[in-house]
Design a protein around this ligand. Structure first.
Ligand SMILES: *Cc1c(COP(=O)(O)O)cnc(C)c1O
Length: 434
């Protein structure tokens, strides 16, 4: 005999199992944060198994720019899976990978025309770093093997990527003895909206002067530092950085994994500074948030250096699921949507509305700063936010927003309607005033 009052719905049982057995991003296995069980998602709405519908403010970490359950992305996945879901990329190629590479060559600045298709953002950063190191080995300058970066950055969770994340909030102390020793300068001091001052690059220039003989590359998130603190810095900093890289013979890697495909109001955030990097990393929104896929795109010059006899003749990387046809097929359809160019108006409308609705919160005594760039809105509190508590309030308001540290931030799917965006900003305002 089954007792009806002890029988929980399946999703509830799954939540219990999840709590005990499954790691979530950056969480404790023994004291996990609460978790919510998702039944489905469509457009900008996430349906929980407990019955609530939530307006999505996160785009699943910058990725779901066209919204969930998109008919064209679904069709692309269905059509490809009936042809071939995966084949090894060693010695084989296929239409989805070739089309994707053609699109990436087309969309990225002119000199970027050699494409490495990787399986996650962190891996594309590893590959970009390998490219830079092998490039200098190819030029018989193997001592150029260090990376320079700014504090406050985030480039992923694998080891080389971690070595260029912010040394404080990137948890360097936990892995101190296992991390490559890279070089850091202070994070860019001037915000996107400050008046430019030439002394803002003094410490950067010093670092180049002193260390350029050991520097293989600079890696940086162009204009928007994401997971390291959601800060937007002055585009002239990036412009000067490009100039210094050219002057001293150092490669520039722009990590556009978060910012790529329109999020900051430009197709790529490096366009705010009219800069073309030597290597560009892409990921997150590449498949419209459907599955994991990334790319490191570089120039003929870098590709030739990496492929030279001295450098061993080959780029030394080749993941099992490289160029996965299913992921590439969805990415090609997502990039077709991007190329149809509805995003500039959508992102501009989101930016204007976020400015109207969020900037006034800067007056509140609990708020340290509010900043909006493109379809990114950030409210920085003075005190750390209790995530579990804040999340309960947000769910009561029918929205999905996941704060971290002192930051409340949203980057909704580009297709969000004004009323839906108002629901997000209303919930943020309620948190601030609560
Ligand atoms: C998310 C992110 C990464 C890492 O990508 P994963 O797909 O999570 O490995 C790297 N760089 C930046 C700027 C990111 O936002």
């Amino acid at each position: 005999m089954t007792s009806t009052d002890s029988a929980q719905p399946l999703w509830q049982q799954q939540l219990d199992f999840d709590q005990q057995h499954i790691w979530h991003p950056y969480t404790s296995m023994t004291h996990p944060l609460p978790c919510y069980h998702v039944k489905s998602a469509a457009g900008v709405s996430i349906e929980l198994s407990s019955g609530e519908y939530l307006i999505d403010g996160m785009s699943s970490w910058w990725a779901a720019i066209h919204g969930y359950n998109h008919p064209r992305l679904n069709a692309a996945a269905h059509q490809q899976i009936d042809k071939v879901a995966h084949v090894m990329f060693g010695g084989l190629t296929h239409e989805p990978a070739v089309t994707l590479a053609q699109q990436l060559v087309e969309l990225t600045p002119g000199p970027l025309n050699r494409v490495f298709i990787a399986d996650s953002g962190s891996v594309s950063v590893e590959v970009a770093i390998k490219m830079a190191l092998q490039y200098w080995v190819g030029h018989e300058l193997p001592q150029k093997n260090q990376l320079l970066t700014v504090r406050g950055g985030y480039h992923g969770d694998t080891f080389a990527a971690m070595s260029v994340c912010d040394p404080v909030n990137g948890m360097h102390h936990l892995f101190k003895h296992a991390l490559c020793n890279q070089r850091f300068v202070e994070r860019p001091a001037l915000s996107y909206w400050d008046d430019w001052r030439d002394d803002a690059v003094d410490s950067l220039r010093d670092a180049f002067e002193q260390h350029h003989t050991q520097l293989a590359a600079v890696i940086i998130e162009p204009v928007v530092q994401g997971a390291g603190g959601m800060r937007m810095y002055h585009p002239n900093y990036l412009r000067e950085l490009r100039r210094l890289c050219d002057a001293y013979g150092v490669l520039l890697i722009c990590d556009e994994i978060a910012t790529g495909f329109g999020r900051s109001g430009k197709l790529f955030a490096s366009e705010h500074a009219d800069v073309c990097p030597d290597i560009m990393c892409l990921g997150k929104a590449l498949t419209g948030g459907y599955m994991t896929l990334a790319a490191a795109v570089t120039t003929t010059e870098v590709a030739e250096g990496v492929s030279s006899e001295n450098a061993g003749g080959a780029l030394m990387h080749g993941p099992t699921f490289m160029g996965n046809p299913l992921a590439c097929a969805v990415a090609t359809e997502s990039l077709r949507l991007v190329a149809e160019n509805h995003w500039p108006a959508q992102v501009a409308a989101i930016e204007a509305q976020l400015k109207t609705q969020l900037l006034p919160l800067a007056q509140h005594q609990k708020v340290a700063d509010v900043r909006v760039l493109g379809a990114i809105g950030v409210v920085e509190m003075r005190q750390p936010i209790n995530v579990a508590e804040a999340q309960q309030l947000f769910i009561a308001h029918g929205v999905w927003i996941r704060p971290f540290g002192k930051l409340l931030y949203i980057m909704p799917p580009y297709i969000i309607e004004p009323e839906q965006l108002t629901q997000l900003t209303t919930a943020i305002s309620a948190y601030v005033h609560g």
